[in-house]
Ligand binder design. Structure first.
Ligand SMILES: *[C@@H]1O[C@H](CO)[C@@H](O)[C@H](O)[C@H]1NC(C)=O
Ligand SMILES: *[C@@H]1O[C@H](CO)[C@@H](O)[C@H](O)[C@H]1NC(C)=O
Ligand SMILES: *[C@@H]1O[C@H](CO)[C@@H](O)[C@H](O)[C@H]1NC(C)=O
Ligand SMILES: *[C@@H]1O[C@H](CO)[C@@H](O)[C@H](O)[C@H]1NC(C)=O
Length: 440
């Protein structure tokens, strides 16, 4: 953005920041090639600056690098200790954590522990308030900006950015907590606590999108409303969170769903059902994660899954070749025909609470294209990995399996709406109409 644009932008924002309640917002999501993580672009600080953050679906709250001297904003302030806001942050975040000078305090102001979910690291830092803005939408295209004036997040320092995509300055937490980004955006506009994600695939050159405060419509070119293609399954609360910092008896802020069986080509994978249920210690079950590139399966599920997949692929004449790490099942690209839904492999269904509610994965989501190690050429590898014998969650559905799928997180009805591959409807997640210059 040029500096003139910037000034115009700023003036515009000051004249038109009062938007209706029940306002819906949209923000672009991009995939970072080298880390296989996703970023979301928002506007932040005063004057507003376009800011890229890691997209962390299970994050409790957001954080940003506010190294003194580098962080400049006319609207930021810290939160005094002992205020009700600080107390509610402390009750959210700190039941038994380090308190240097009073409840939840750090450097004479309210403290938090921002976490980097990729390197699993955390620091003690000050909570911060600043202005956030998002682009409004009617579900078809973009409109003016709407401001969330007192957005609560945490500071961090540059050390917490390790392992994240280049150019990000922090993390956007979309988890269940009251201080997650969607929770704050919906409470300031008194809108339903509901958001949707459509992650772009690695091959797309345009952005995917995140919608806030709206159950639809979500129009994607050429005029497909993806909200009309959702099926629903309950969101399940895990009573025990698993974070870098241990929060005593704090439920998880991550999103879990009740997968009850996995079918490949319609034939079931043998799975010990106990593994698919969350136990009292928070182990087991199926989690959704945008910071996990490929779906991770507990070892016994993984072994049964790849055996079934290899057998079902054999019935359509496909023979495995030498795999490339981290994958165990690969096929030469030259042997597989391609379709609109990706390479032609057996379908994988994650069946939910009822037989007729299942998330179907076609080749575009099940397989990963990998450069071959010799002159045999490229491979299609089954994009699932072994999670070991006693993982926290038995199934972690990762980013590759969510790409080009619309996922709606409805915290009011406590359900997940999912579309399965939107390629079926002749569109993709990169086909939302973002106009170049929001608000101008
Ligand atoms: C303590 O907070 C003040 C602002 O309130 C800031 O200028 C200073 O750098 C902080 N010190 C540390 C060690 O974080
Ligand atoms: C995208 O939205 C803009 C602004 O509303 C509109 O002028 C344009 O025609 C739209 N493009 C498409 C392909 O729908
Ligand atoms: C979240 O906010 C709601 C409404 O303000 C409140 O009832 C609830 O106790 C809060 N939960 C936490 C964990 O702070
Ligand atoms: C896969 O095929 C092998 C060889 O035909 C057979 O022994 C095995 O039982 C099959 N496994 C499954 C899960 O169908």
């Amino acid at each position: 953005m040029s500096s003139l644009h910037f000034v115009l932008f700023f003036l515009f924002f000051y004249h038109f920041n009062i938007v209706n309640s029940s306002t819906a917002f949209v923000a672009p999501i991009d995939r970072d090639e080298s880390t296989e993580l996703y970023t979301i672009s928002i506007f932040f600080k005063s004057p507003l600056q376009s800011t890229d953050l890691l997209l962390d679906l299970g994050g409790k709250f957001s954080w940003i690098d506010c190294t003194p001297g580098l962080y400049t904003s006319r609207s930021h302030h810290y939160i005094h200790c002992g205020t009700s806001l600080c107390n509610s942050l402390a009750s959210l975040a700190c039941s038994n954590c380090f308190r240097p000078s009073g409840p939840g305090c750090h450097n004479n102001s309210c403290g938090l522990f921002p976490e980097n979910p990729v390197i699993r690291d955390s620091i003690l830092a000050q909570a911060l308030i600043d202005s956030l803005a998002l682009t409004t939408t009617d579900g078809r295209s973009t409109g003016q900006l709407g401001v969330v004036p007192n957005f609560v997040l945490s500071c961090s320092d540059a050390s917490l950015l390790r392992g994240l995509p280049e150019g990000v300055s922090g993390s956007a937490g979309l988890g269940r907590s009251n201080f997650s980004l969607p929770a704050q955006v919906s409470s300031v506009y008194a809108s339903p606590y509901l958001f949707a994600l459509c992650l772009p695939s690695s091959s797309s050159t345009s952005s995917g999108s995140a919608f806030f405060n709206t159950g639809g419509p979500y129009y994607f070119s050429p005029g497909i409303d993806l909200s009309s293609h959702l099926v629903y399954t309950p969101l399940i609360l895990n009573p025990i969170g698993f974070t870098v910092i241990t929060y005593y008896r704090h439920p998880s802020d991550e999103y879990f769903i009740g997968v009850t069986s996995i079918n490949i080509n319609g034939n079931p994978v043998e799975v010990d059902n106990k593994l698919l249920t969350i136990n009292d210690n928070g182990f087991g079950g199926t989690k959704l994660s945008t910071v996990t590139p490929y779906t991770v399966l507990e070892t016994s599920i993984y072994n049964a899954f790849i055996e079934r997949f290899v057998n079902e692929s054999a019935t359509i004449g496909l023979t495995v070749t030498d795999p490339v790490s981290p994958f165990d099942v690969c096929y030469p690209v030259s042997e597989v025909s391609s379709t609109r839904l990706g390479p032609a492999f057996p379908t994988i269904d994650f069946v939910m609470h009822s037989e007729d509610v299942f998330w179907r994965m076609f080749g575009a989501n099940s397989m990963v294209r990998v450069a071959g190690e010799d002159e045999d050429g490229d491979l299609w590898c089954l994009g699932f990995v072994d999670g070991g014998e006693n993982p926290r969650s038995s199934v972690v559905i990762g980013g590759h399996q969510m790409e080009d799928n619309l996922l709606q997180f409805d915290l009011v009805s406590q359900r997940l709406g999912f579309s399965s591959s939107v390629l079926v409807h002749n569109t993709d997640c990169a086909s939302f109409n973002f106009t170049d210059d929001p608000g101008l």
